[in-house]
Write a protein that binds this ligand. Sequence first.
Ligand code: ADP
Length: 399
Amino acid sequence: MSEGGERGDARTRLRVLLVEDNSADAELVMRELRRSDFSVAGATVKTPTEFRAELRSRAPDVVLADYNLGQWRGMEALDILHQEGLDVPLILVSGALGDVTAVECIKQGATDYVLKDSLARLPVSIARALQEKQLRAERRRAQQDLAHKVEELARSNHDLEQFAYVASHDLQEPLRMVANYTQLLAERYRGKLDEQADKYIHYAVDGATRMQTLIQDLLAFSRAGRQGMEVEPVDSAAAVAEAMSNLRAALEENHAEIVVGPLPTISGNASQLRQVFQNLVGNALKFHGSAPPRITIHAEDRGEEWLFSVCDNGIGIAPEYTDAIFAVFQRLHTRTEYPGNGIGLSICKKIVERHGGRIWVESRPGEGSTFKFTLRGAASPPMKREEPHEACVRDLVSR
Ligand code: ADP
């Protein structure tokens, strides 16, 4: 094993490991590199044992290997690099190497090959190999960063869901007590205390009842993401029909006109899909304009997925709120203007996203809104889904 010199200058430092059994050839390679833009330090090895030992003592920037080394072949050095877990470019520096062999070596992982009678090309080949290695490292780092962030996000989402579920579940019981007893106070003592007391009791009953609704909504939202989801072919026309039947009173009261186009069979959960249609149509009825509500439900084949739309002629939504309305408890009106708690659309978003789809709204104030969402057709491959952690939650709840 021999060690070459290193010039102290501002050029890029390059540690070369030469796998070469011919000292004269090794010297020729080193001489060529010293003439280049690199500040070269080199070691030469002849056997696999020497090669492995040198890799372990100082990992090189690049390996230059002769193709035929008598006892072994330069390509075997590549196996050793892999075994040592090193991403170091290996360039074959060889006498005549047929095109077929050269291509085969590149296929197996050699970075390049340079013929011994055109060594002038070597520095260019090394520069390119180092650049590719740097790009590979950057890409690996970016992928690791991304994977780490995705993992963090999934964990924090899961923690948040768990918190919302446990909090809303555990708050129900004490709240039921408050609501029941203030109700009892109201019934027993109405008119028996002074007017002020009646007013206070009324506020207390009202507050407790409202809080109960909020907690139930929060629990419903949390459950939409937790319940184990049976995925099966679902006839979306049947899901719409069921939603309409649940909304019959509101439909009749508002003299609504409903137009439903041909709807496909999708891959999903029937009860959750019914819930999406029910929330969207319920909103279209609630936020109607001066004319009676006219609601159109439609689906369009987009190849991999179906694009559903629920279109109304209601009050519409200003463009700056089209994202916010999908967040939990976000509303654009007071409860005296329109009843509700601002949970319906967040449940729709959660359900659609759990099905692997997207949901958004296109709207013009005063002209109506079209809610759109995508779902996979029944023939599409089922998507991978994280199972809910019910057992874990039950533990927490029972504590
Ligand atoms: P809620 O209906 O209880 O307010 P949602 O989450 O279903 O809660 O809706 C959030 C808000 O989005 C509503 O308060 C309303 O301002 C707006 N919105 C939803 N659907 C419509 C619609 N079809 N037309 C106009 N505004 C709508």
